[in-house]
Design a protein around this ligand. Structure first.
Ligand code: IPM
Ligand code: MG
Length: 356
């Protein structure tokens, strides 16, 4: 099994190092090949997604990704900014299905900013379409405003769009995921305002005919944002577009107390995938040895489960994470009185020792 390891920027290298430690402790012979990406890719070869890095990712069985981005690249032209690396990988590898689970570990109920009765036992799954929508729609840019009160001025514009096949394939993924859970699916749209999302909704309703055992409902994105903080446990599986999924998944992540806990998987049609923590590169704490590596370690577990078909090893890692939390070990982002504060590497070591 060949795994492309792309640590990236900010806290990326520190947290990926811990996940690699855990992978190496499983007793399998993975072939791990490292390559620079994001700001690190730009420094190494003048592009955030160097050709050799893309080739490695295309050839590998799975990609383990850290995080990209740093303020120091904010003034580069858009095509050279670190974020383009992850967008380029998603597009080139056809990773259209993004799984973002938000699970509240019972030990961390106090870490949430919401009352514990609202979030305790939370276990929801956001499925975000990842290669369409306004993120990739053309045309886009800055042009002269053609009409209206601002005619003649410059205007910025992007294109929101979804092809039928794009909506169908993510809808199938979502219905199948719901079938494996509580058989409830909420499709989030903005059909009251946007053509693209009325179309989305119509297609989802059509695909639903093939999954009569799943209960489908529809919710506008603004209401979904409100319900996520009001009564998040009412949701089970949520499916939505690229832009809404970006926003809702950050909100859902925070329900669990720490975005530092949440893994994610981005899959193609054959379950080849890229695995990354749901959080970003946190340049403000990079290099300090305090970042929480658990989201990345849990991303490695998802990689074993979805792409490498090593379910038992995935369980081992997830159980080890539960056990270090039960022992009271906490990085600063999830620290509470009475617990033991540990750094990034100590947390990684603790997970390794807890593997059974
Ligand atoms: C995410 C991130 C990315 C996105 C950025 C880094 C391009 O916010 O994975 O949610 O917007 O998709
Ligand atoms: Mg985001």
């Amino acid at each position: 099994m060949k795994i492309a390891v792309l640590p990236g920027d900010g806290i990326g290298p520190e947290i990926v190092e811990q996940a690699v430690k855990v992978l190496k402790a499983l007793g399998e012979s993975f072939e791990l090949e490292f390559a620079p990406v994001g700001g690190a890719g730009y420094e190494a070869s003048g592009h955030p997604l160097p050709e050799s890095t893309l080739k490695l990712a295309l050839d590998a069985d799975a990609v383990l990704f850290g995080s990209v981005g740093d303020w120091k690249y904010d003034n580069l032209e858009r095509a050279l900014r670190p974020e383009q690396a992850i967008l380029g990988l998603r597009k080139n590898l056809n990773l259209f299905a993004n799984f973002r689970p938000a699970i509240l570990y019972p030990e961390l109920a106090g870490a949430s900013t919401l009352k514990s009765e609202v979030v305790s036992g939370l276990d929801i799954l956001i499925i975000r379409e990842l290669t369409g929508d306004i993120y990739f729609g053309q045309p886009r840019g800055v042009r002269e405003c053609p009409d209206g009160p601002f005619k003649g001025q410059r205007e910025g514009f992007d294109t929101m769009r979804y092809a039928e096949g794009e909506v169908r394939r993510i809808a199938h993924v979502a219905f199948q995921a719901a079938q494996k859970r509580s058989k409830r699916l909420t499709s989030v749209d903005k059909a009251n305002v946007l053509e693209t999302f009325q179309f989305w909704k119509d297609i989802v309703i059509d695909v639903h005919k093939e999954y009569p055992d799943v209960a489908l409902d529809h919710m506008y994105v603004d209401n979904a944002a409100m319900q996520l903080v009001r009564a998040p446990k009412k949701f089970d599986v949520i499916v939505t577009g690229n832009m809404f999924g970006d926003i809702l998944s950050d909100a859902a992540a925070m329900l669990t107390g720490s975005i530092g806990m949440l893994p994610s998987a981005s899959l193609d049609a054959n379950n080849k995938g890229l695995y990354e923590p749901s959080h970003g590169s946190a340049p403000d704490i990079a290099g300090k040895g305090i970042a929480n590596p658990l989201a990345t370690i849990l991303s490695a577990a998802m990689m074993l489960r979805y792409s490498l078909k090593m379910e038992a090893h995935a369980d081992r890692i997830e159980n080890a994470v539960k056990s270090v939390l039960a022992k009271g070990l906490r990085t600063p982002d999830i620290f509470e009185d009475g617990c033991t504060k540990v750094g990034t590497a100590e947390m990684g070591d603790a997970v390794v020792s807890a593997l059974v």
